[in-house]
Write a protein that binds this ligand. Structure first.
Ligand code: ACO
Length: 326
C-alpha cells in the first residue's frame, strides 16, 4: 500500500500572553496552585478580531511552505476543532477559500482534544484508499472564546492556537504505522458546552446562565485521561508490532503536566524524549499536539527513522493514538 507521512508542519499562536499573575487578578487562584496542579505558567489568547480560521490559515501556510507542496496539489482539508468560526459553514471551507485551493474536499471534525489524531487517521486512510493525494490536517481551537473567566476551575487551563501538517506519500520505511481511536460517550457530560446546539438552542437564559462556556468535571476527566493515555499507547504499539522500548519520542496532548508525566513514566522515557509546551500555551485542545510537533521539528529534535508516538484524550469522551516513523 501507499506509505503516508508528514511532508511539512506549521503553527500559529496569538500574540497576547495571559500569565498566572494576570489570572490571580481575575479569579481566586494563585500561580503556586496553577503551576503545582497543571504545570501551566502562561497561555496565548486570541483577540476579538481573531477566530479559528485566521490561526488555521497562518499555520497552514507555514506547513505548505515547509512541505514544498503547492496549494494546488492539496485535495483534502480537515479541520479538527470544537471552536469553529461558525457552527456552519465548516472552518475547513473558510480555509480552503482563503488559501485559494481550487479542487479539494473540506470538512470539520469534532472530537475534542483528540481531534487532531482523528483527523490524521481520516486523512491517512483516505490517501491510502486513493480518495486524496495530499491532505492538509489542521488542529485549531480558540477555547478562550467559550471560556467563563469567572470560573477558576476552567479558565486557568485553556489557551488558543493552531497547528497544521501536510500529508502525502513518503518512501518505504517511513510514515504512519498505525492508529488507535476510542470513544466513551457515557462520559460526555464530564466535559461539554451545554447550549447552542439542537438540544438547548441559544436563548437569553442560556447566555445568562453561561451555558455557552466549557463546563468540566476536572477530577473525572483527570482519571479518564491517565487511564486512556496508557491503554491507547499500549494498544497502538501492539497493533503496529512495536514495544515501548522502540519509542523515541512521545508527543502527547498537553492538558496537564501531571498527566503527561504519568504517560512518560509508563513508557519509561526520559524527560528530553517528551515534547512539552503546556507550560507556555496551556491546553489548546486539538492544537496542542500539532503545535508541539511543529516546534520540536523546527528545533531539529527528530531524526530520520525515529519512532514518534502521539496520544491524546478529550471531549466526547474520546481518545486517540498514532505511531509514526519520522
Ligand atoms: N485555583 C485555586 N483553586 C482551584 C482552582 C484554581 N484555579 N481550580 C479549582 N480549585 C479548587 C477547587 O475548587 C477544589 O476545591 P475544593 O476541594 O474546596 O472543592 C480544589 O481546587 C480541587 O483541587 P484538586 O482536587 O487538588 O484538583 P486536581 O488535582 O484534580 O486538579 C485539575 C484540578 C487541574 C483541573 C485536574 O483535575 C485536571 O487537570 N483535570 C483534567 C482536565 C483536562 O484534562 N481537561 C481536558 C480538557 S480537554 C477539552 O476537550 C477542552
Amino acid at each position: 500500500g501507499i506509505r503516508v507521512g508528514i511532508l511539512g508542519t506549521g503553527s500559529a499562536l496569538p500574540q497576547r500572553v495571559l500569565t498566572n499573575a494576570d489570572l490571580e487578578k481575575m479569579v481566586d487562584t494563585s500561580d503556586e496552585w496553577i503551576v503545582s496542579r497543571t504545570g501551566i505558567r502562561e497561555r496565548r489568547i486570541a483577540d476579538e478580531n481573531t477566530a479559528a480560521s485566521d490561526l488555521s490559515v497562518e499555520a497552514a501556510n507555514k506547513a505548505l511552505e515547509d512541505s514544498g507542496i503547492s496549494p494546488d496539489d492539496i485535495d483534502l482539508i480537515i479541520c479538527a476543532t470544537v471552536t469553529p468560526d461558525f457552527m456552519f459553514p465548516a472552518t475547513a471551507c473558510l480555509v480552503q477559500d482563503r488559501l485559494g485551493i481550487k479542487k479539494t474536499g473540506a470538512f470539520d471534525l469534532s472530537a475534542g482534544c483528540s481531534g487532531f489524531l482523528y483527523g490524521l487517521s481520516c486523512a491517512v486512510s483516505m490517501i491510502q484508499a486513493g480518495v486524496a493525494k495530499n491532505a492538509l490536517v489542521i488542529g485549531v481551537d480558540t477555547l478562550s472564546k467559550i471560556t467563563d473567566y469567572t470560573d477558576r476551575n476552567t479558565c486557568v487551563l485553556f489557551g488558543d492556537g493552531a497547528g497544521a501538517v501536510v500529508l502525502g506519500q513518503v518512501p518505504e520505511g517511513r510514515g504512519f504505522l498505525g492508529f488507535d481511536l476510542g470513544a466513551d460517550g457515557s462520559g460526555g457530560e464530564q466535559l461539554m458546552q451545554l447550549a447552542g446546539g439542537s438540544r438547548n438552542p441559544a436563548t437569553q437564559e442560556s447566555v445568562l446562565n453561561r451555558q455557552h462556556s466549557v463546563t468540566m468535571n476536572g477530577k473525572e476527566v483527570f482519571k479518564f485521561a491517565v487511564r486512556v493515555m496508557n491503554t491507547a499507547t499500549e494498544d497502538v504499539l501492539r497493533k503496529v508490532g512495536l514495544t515501548k522500548e522502540d519509542v523515541d519520542f512521545l508527543v502527547p496532548h498537553q492538558a496537564n503536566i501531571r498527566i503527561i508525566d504519568y504517560a512518560r513514566e509508563r513508557l519509561g522515557l526520559p524527560q528530553d524524549k517528551v515534547v512539552v509546551n503546556v507550560d507556555r500555551y496551556g491546553n489548546m485542545s486539538s492544537a496542542s499536539i500539532p503545535v508541539a510537533l511543529d516546534e520540536a521539528k523546527r528545533q531539529g529534535r527528530f531524526k530520520e527513522g525515529d519512532v514518534l508516538l502521539m496520544v491524546g484524550f478529550g471531549a466526547g469522551l474520546t481518545w486517540g493514538a498514532a505511531a509514526l516513523r519520522w
